[in-house]
Design a protein around this ligand. Sequence first.
Ligand SMILES: C[S@@+](CC[C@H](N)C(=O)[O-])C[C@H]1O[C@@H](n2cnc3c(N)ncnc32)[C@H](O)[C@@H]1O
Length: 212
Amino acid sequence: MAKISYDNVQDYLISLVPPRDSEMQAMEKYAARTKFPIIGPAAGYVCYQIARMIGARSVFELGSGYGYSTAWFARAVKENNGEVVHHVVWDEKLSTMARGHLSRLGFEPLIQYHVAEAVATLRQTPGPFDLIFNDIDKEGYPESLPLIKEKLRRGGVLIIDNMLWHGQILDSKDREKTTAAIRKFTKTITTDPDWIVSLAPVRDGMIIAYKK
Ligand SMILES: C[S@@+](CC[C@H](N)C(=O)[O-])C[C@H]1O[C@@H](n2cnc3c(N)ncnc32)[C@H](O)[C@@H]1O
């Protein structure tokens, strides 16, 4: 019998994701070549599935990169006859790359681009949102949570990436600031009775939190 390991389970999860079109494949290849940390196909498909399941019509992303995770949300919002996906990154070059990819994918009318700090942008953008996705620098996670909670509608979903932090979260001796921030965030959200929270061990771990 084959042994279950983290890596072979992840490979299996990816193998179950339906084939992506050439634009999405090009984005995946770019990430592999440049080591850019996109969520990848298995986590992307979970994001798409959840957004479809809750009928998300408005999505706010914090830390969008060159638009790979945005594309999964935009696909769901389009299929839900929705309105908007906010793409927020503080790097002009990544925003420009995202514009190219997302327009070739046919999502351009749905996307609002912001080249700015993500938490400040969320604060200035009228909500509420059906789904919020957080993938900013990890030290920023704990501080972002109260605002995210305020901006998410009741019955909305928050998805946060990197909650296993490449396994560092399991190392009790790890004292890095990023690990501490992820621990603090996890403790706060899992002990707040306003949320129903699970951590899905897909790629680097995603918290999926339902706002009651
Ligand atoms: C992990 S990458 C995003 C990957 C993207 N979510 C995907 O899966 O395709 C995070 C990006 O957000 C940017 N970023 C990090 N913290 C940010 C913040 N507070 N405000 C705006 N951009 C931020 C980083 O520079 C990086 O380009």
